[in-house]
Design a protein around this ligand. Structure first.
Ligand code: F6P
Length: 342
């Protein structure tokens, strides 16, 4: 009987379980057994796996998180990492692996493909910044969480005539901040792709006050660069990504704006609330479709590829390209956000 492994790597996000269900549903029908590898690439290195049956994945698209567990283990940073994965695959009898992850996890899958290990990639990141796919699952759910948070923060900001800064996930790009910020009618949206100075931000705040607005809600992506202020991240993960909370951009902005404008300011870091809980309807369906397509690629032995969303279709994309280019928020979308800055 044919057999494959499946793993989830990197930061979790709502929809991972639905992808797993999609893969198992399709593979089972094609007579392929699926083994769940625990905790991302760690499970692949250690050969830590368990069988996933149709019964195990029933109703899974409604559940947040990942039943496989996740980690940021980097195979390429571990001594003989690729050979350890090859040995585990041999020992478990896996002909290939479906890797569900962001640029780091898929980057490893891409390198292992080049070393002759059959891989299929499923793009995953709450940040929505992977190339070759129109949206990544989990992003819609988190943008909705941000929107709801802004709705709530506005009423308290208005009551107290305050500046309310909401710090949102997105270390390299501002997709969640823009989508959630526009939907929630944030008055200023600040993202890494479009740096601004404190003077520019202060001007909008003061103009709002002068025109009779009681409060200003600012949605800021955690990776936003305030011109003139630099905070070097000292803590990095196994893939060299800066762990950004220490930049404390939300806290910095609230403090500096209060000092400069005299308007009382507060900040909220939404953090992992944005990644927890069950997926939205959009993400449940998208994830299940991506998983089903990944299972189809396995059945047809079309390894070395990634599945992706293109317009409304699930398509096959180039794994190599997806991991080398980051998808940034474009000017057109940011210009729509800027219409709200008044
Ligand atoms: O890359 C996804 C992401 O959620 C980023 O938006 C965030 O900076 C990071 O992961 C947080 O990682 P961790 O869960 O390791 O704190």
């Amino acid at each position: 009987m044919r057999k494959i492994g499946i793993l989830t790597g990197g930061g979790d996000c709502p929809g991972l379980n639905a992808v797993i269900r999609g893969v198992v549903e399709t593979c089972s029908r094609a007579g392929i057994e699926v083994m769940g590898l625990r905790n991302g690439w760690k499970g692949a290195i250690e050969g830590d796996a368990f069988p996933l049956t149709l019964k195990d994945v029933e109703g899974l698209q409604v559940k947040g998180g990942t039943i496989l567990g996740s980690s940021r283990t980097n195979v390429m940073k571990i001594e003989n990492g690729p050979e350890k994965v090859r040995e585990s695959m041999k020992r478990l009898g896996l002909e290939g692996i479906v890797a569900i992850g962001g640029d780091d996890t898929l980057g490893v899958a891409n390198q292992l493909t080049k070393l002759g290990m059959p891989m299929v990639g499923v793009p995953k990141t709450i940040d929505n910044d992977l190339s070759c796919t129109d949206y990544t699952f989990g992003f819609d759910t988190s943008a909705n969480i941000v929107m709801e948070a802004i709705d709530r923060l506005r009423t308290t900001a208005d009551s107290h005539a305050r500046i309310m800064v909401v710090e949102i996930m997105g270390r390299h790009t501002g997709w969640i901040a823009v989508q959630g910020g526009i939907a929630g009618d944030a008055n200023i949206i600040l993202i890494p792709e479009f740096p601004k100075s404190i003077e520019e931000i202060e001007k909008i705040v003061l103009e709002r006050k002068a025109s009779g607005h009681r409060s200003t809600v600012i949605a800021v992506a955690e990776g936003f660069k305030l011109k003139g202020y630099t905070v070097e991240a000292t803590v990095k993960d196994a893939f060299g990504n800066a762990c950004l909370p220490e930049q404390e951009i939300g806290k910095t902005l609230a403090k500096v704006l209060e000092e400069r404008t005299g308007i009382e300011s507060r900040y909220v870091v939404l953090g992992h609330l944005q990644r927890g809980g069950s997926p939205s309807a959009f993400d449940r369906v998208l994830s299940l479709r991506l998983g089903a397509k990944a299972g189809e690629l396995v059945a047809n032995k079309q390894y070395g590829n990634m599945v992706a969303l293109s317009s409304t279709d699930i398509v096959v994309a180039d794994l190599d390209k997806a991991v080398t280019e980051r998808k940034l928020v474009d000017k057109d979308l940011y210009q729509v956000a800027e219409l709200l800055f008044r």
